[in-house]
Design a protein around this ligand. Sequence first.
Ligand code: B12
Length: 491
Amino acid sequence: MSIRIKKVLLVNPPNTMPIDSVRRIGEPLGLLYLGAALKKERYRVTVFDMACEGYNNCNVKDGYVTYGSSSDDLKKAVEESEPDIVGVSCMFTAREKDTFTTCLALREMDKEFPVVLGGLHPSLFPERFINGGYADYVVMGEGEFRFVKLLQRINENRTPDFDGVAYRVGNSYEINPMMTRIDDLDSVSIPDRDLIDMEKYIRIGTPYAPFSYKQRVAQILTTRGCPNKCNFCATVNYWGRKIRARSVDNIIDEMEILKEKYNIEEVQFVDDNMTFNKKFAEELFVKMSKFNFKWCTPHGLMFNTLDDNLIKLMAKSGAYQLTFAIESASERVLKEIIHKAVNLKIVKEIVEEAHAFDISVHGMFVTGFPGETKKEIMDTLDFPFWAGFDSVSYFVVQPLPGTELYRQCKEKGYLAENFSTMDFKTANIRIPKDSPDYNIEPEELMELVDRRTREFNEWAKNQYPERWKRKFERYLNYHPENKNIIMGRVT
Ligand code: B12
């Protein structure tokens, strides 16, 4: 059968998180990038963000909360937009179940549109999605050009046998591994926020760094890729180790739209590592100053590249919180297990430097690696008190698919293999007590991380009352019902 595709529906499934998390929601950048690319080629595009549309529809089960539109609401959205094809995004492994449910609802409709999946998780396991009957195609890696090319092939009734696409063939499937990435990020259209109602996200008011300074927040991505090769990080193989940056002028164009069209007051940089190239970062901070945005980085920065001048430029351009992904307080763990170059000696100095410019500093730490000793875990949990951070995320390490850690754990039989619990708090690595890699019981690790988080928060609240108040003021005024949550896990 040949179909002619003109109308595309893009779907972001509901989201599941541990019950004690802040339910965060930001505009679905990936789908907005895809939407812009498709619109440029004259496809008619609709976006249905289930996590946002059904934000207050919460189902609590086994310590997790799922929030998002119901399958019936999705079916209504499909009936309304009458798509010729539906694209579904799945960024997190922990969201696999929500994605399966979403795809099943689409299949139940007994319509003829094909289903295409994209995002990090299906890219790693295309066969799970195609074999399970959830999707007809999986687009692996960056979707802007591949999705357009896939639609062209379908319209021409030709096999999509090009790099980064998996597809069904009878009862089997064909996988063409992802070989290329987009070199010139300026060739990618700016994400099209007209495809969603930005006001809905702004009204909810809990973006990715949920304790934002301002209410009117947008997410922005300036670079793709990360040169580090941390054993637990899923970014490296997906986005690549070569950092690709947009030109500063291209980023400024997007900021212009954010300011003029959506009256945005704060941007959150969702990059993995936006200060890697110091010259690029300096130019960006100088040029963006004119917008008077407040800004922060929900994810890690390459803090080794920070110096007086860069921090000064950050402060001048509106930075109020920087996030440093230190990972471990042990030189040995950093070098021999994680494989990340972190100069622990300068952390305290840089934190003080940021404080001198009234910028808060959030630290990210990961514990529970096979081979890490219990003392090293304890030292890591103590480190942020000594270094003087304002807030911390202590993560229980996850053996995320696609990482070196996953491969090792699988090889050694340590995997708990529960994709649904690959979040920040559940221990998913099981090490036999007689193994040289053994350190701590999973339950003890989870309890320890939780307790130290609360102790750190008490400490920071007393240590930095002004910055503490500033961090939570907007959020607590807006969401007073979540008063207790902030003593738990914060970012
Ligand atoms: C911003 C971000 C967040 C935000 C939320 C993002 C969101 N949308 O919900 C916050 C800060 C809340 C967050 C939290 C977490 N995150 Co996070 N996060 C990111 C980050 C840095 C950027 C995501 C992003 O916006 N990318 C940019 C957009 C443009 O990319 P994209 O959506 O993937 O879309 C592109 C392609 O994937 C593809 N595509 C996507 N969808 C589709 C659909 C179709 C049909 C097609 C054709 C193509 C396609 O095309 C798009 C354009 O090129 C990524 C790392 C990264 N660089 O991607 C980690 C990342 C996604 N996070 C990760 C993790 C582990 C988490 C946490 C579990 C961390 C924790 N321990 O708590 C939580 C879980 C949150 C949850 N369950 O909701 C991992 C995921 C790995 C995995 N296998 O699960 C990543 C890869 C980071 C890492 N270091 O490994 N995160």
